[in-house]
Design a protein around this ligand. Structure first.
Ligand SMILES: Cc1ncc(COP(=O)(O)O)c(C=O)c1O
Length: 399
């Protein structure tokens, strides 16, 4: 819709208004609410038991070391910090870390990695269609639109029951053409929290191979679900089976450096030389879009991963974030059988089976702020807010 009206604009003053991101509007509404008991579960970042999004202790230490040891801020080039990508390799790729058909580069967050991934896919095959399970992260469709690839949506999630519509997913993948792209969430599905089981991953991989699809796996929350290796199960299985795989990765959540924009893009093809050619396209596109990624966050992650003691401390802090997510999930799930699905899901987000009217009523009556879709951030809740939130949601379900 925007692109059509946009085409008619001749001058800046002719530009049509843009529908702003509804989540940003929700933040503004919540900020303006004077009720002290308000609960913000629309927010998209990790929060601790008292509602803060702290800088990890290990990150503070790495930043201090960076301040002391960094001797230049000269350009690094489109690949960013190459050592950062090398250090990430085993964490993301596991047993595939030594495969020289896989190359990666630093990007401005997972979002930059996704944009670059789609740029590459569109350059390789402008006729490729992108299969997207809905609901999905709201920024996926606009990024796909920006590279002018056609999007084919299928229904991923059965909201009433809190389960994946796996048959619909497999049907959609089966009906795709060779060369089409399967966009998949690596773990901690945003917005539903409903992750593929290991058996379901096996089936998805089988269909992707059989149909000759190109998998693009978006993994923005590795370590927030079951553990670093467990959360990379799908990524690694896909690498086992496919010659061509693209992975968009983010460190913004698992290192808690959201605004520093730390991510990476990974490309696998059937040969080292084909990967080198693909990466040359990637570097060129990166150069056109942002020249090179911002250094600071990745440089600090680099310091952590280079140092065994800091790495061990990062794993402890990551486990603490994961444990909080999963313990809040269990508390909500145990309150009512209609919420039990929340305990079987992963990551920060789940969707409540509430209508938009019910969501608005929770906002008006209980000062609970969540997306109209019923998506909420389980760790948006401070420990002292969980019972009140759960009681209000149960009340809405009873009504
Ligand atoms: C599914 C998904 N992919 C990618 C991203 C982008 O992450 P980043 O903040 O690193 O750009 C997010 C962020 O919310 C996300 O939820």
């Amino acid at each position: 819709m925007l692109t059509q009206t946009h085409a008619r604009a001749k001058r800046l003053a002719d530009l049509p208004p843009v529908n702003s991101d509804s989540l940003l509007a929700l933040i503004a509404l919540c900020d303006a609410d004077p009720r002290p008991e308000k609960i913000d579960v629309g927010v998209g970042v990790f929060r601790d038991a008292v509602g803060n999004t702290p800088i990890l202790k290990v990150m503070k230490e790495a930043e201090q070391r960076l301040l002391v040891t960094q001797v230049t801020k000269a350009y690094l080039g489109s690949a960013g910090d190459k050592r950062f990508a090398e250090l990430l390799r085993p964490i993301l790729l596991g047993p595939h870390a030594d495969d020289d058909r896989i190359a990666g580069l630093q990007t401005p967050g997972g979002c930059g990695a996704l944009r670059l991934a789609f740029e590459l896919l569109a350059a390789a095959n402008p006729n490729a269609r992108v299969l997207v399970g809905t609901p999905t992260w709201p920024n996926h469709p606009p990024i796909i639109r920006s590279v002018r690839l056609e999007r084919v949506d299928y229904s991923y999630y059965e909201r009433g029951q809190g389960i994946i519509r796996f048959d619909a997913m497999i049907d959609a993948l089966n009906s795709a053409e060779p060369g089409d792209v399967a966009l998949l969430h690596g773990c901690c599905h945003n917005p539903t929290g409903a992750d593929l089981s290991e058996d379901q991953w096996r089936e998805v991989v089988r269909v992707v191979v059989e149909r000759g699809l190109t998998p693009l796996i978006d993994i923005a929350y590795q370590g927030f679900g079951r553990g670093l290796d467990e959360d990379a199960f799908g990524v690694r299985l896909m690498l086992d089976a496919c010659d061509e795989v693209i992975i968009a990765q983010s460190c913004d959540k698992n290192f808690s450096v959201y605004r520093d924009r730390v991510g990476s893009l990974w490309v696998k093809t059937g040969s080292k030389s084909a990967t080198e050619t693909a990466m040359a396209h990637v570097y060129q596109r990166a150069r056109e879009m942002w020249s090179m990624p911002p250094d600071h966050g990745a440089a600090a992650v680099h310091i952590i991963l280079e140092d065994a003691e800091l790495s061990a401390r990062w794993l402890v802090e990551l486990a603490a974030m994961r444990d909080r997510i999963n313990s809040v999930r269990q508390r909500i799930a145990s309150a009512d059988s209609r919420l039990s699905f929340i305990g079987r899901q992963f990551g920060m987000f789940s969707m409540l089976p509430l209508s938009k009217e019910q969501v608005l009523k929770l906002r008006e009556t209980h000062a609970i702020y969540m997306a109209d879709s019923g998506r909420f951030n389980v760790v948006g809740l401070g420990d002292d807010q969980i019972d009140r939130f759960t009681a209000a949601v149960i009340g809405a379900l009873d009504a």
